[in-house]
Write a protein that binds this ligand. Structure first.
Ligand SMILES: [Zn+2]
Length: 94
């Protein structure tokens, strides 16, 4: 749900969490009850759940809490020497 900002003439700016399309131009201030006008601001739509948001969250999380692993990552040099082709096993060794 997006956050909508209202400005109360007595108390100042306050935020309301309202469903999309249900925000009115005026809303009663929760502090004093005075009608407060809605402010035009950038939409604070949630990006949670999108692949980009998941990647950002995971990257930020690994900075302070890295993933626990049981073994070091495989050596990339070893992987380059082995081949899946059985004929390569017959080749002369250095
Ligand atoms: Zn107020």
């Amino acid at each position: 749900m997006p956050i909508h900002e209202y400005r109360c003439p007595e108390c100042g700016v306050f935020e309301l969490l309202l469903r999309m399309g249900t925000a009115t131009r005026e809303s009663a201030c929760p502090g004093c009850g005075t009608p407060a006008r809605r402010l035009v601001s950038a939409p604070g739509l949630s990006r949670a759940g999108t692949p980009a948001a998941r990647l950002i969250e995971r990257t930020e999380r690994t900075a302070s809490r890295p993933d626990v692993v049981a073994a070091p990552p495989p050596d990339p040099r070893k992987g380059a020497r082995t081949s899946g082709n059985p004929l390569h096993r017959r080749l002369p060794r250095p």
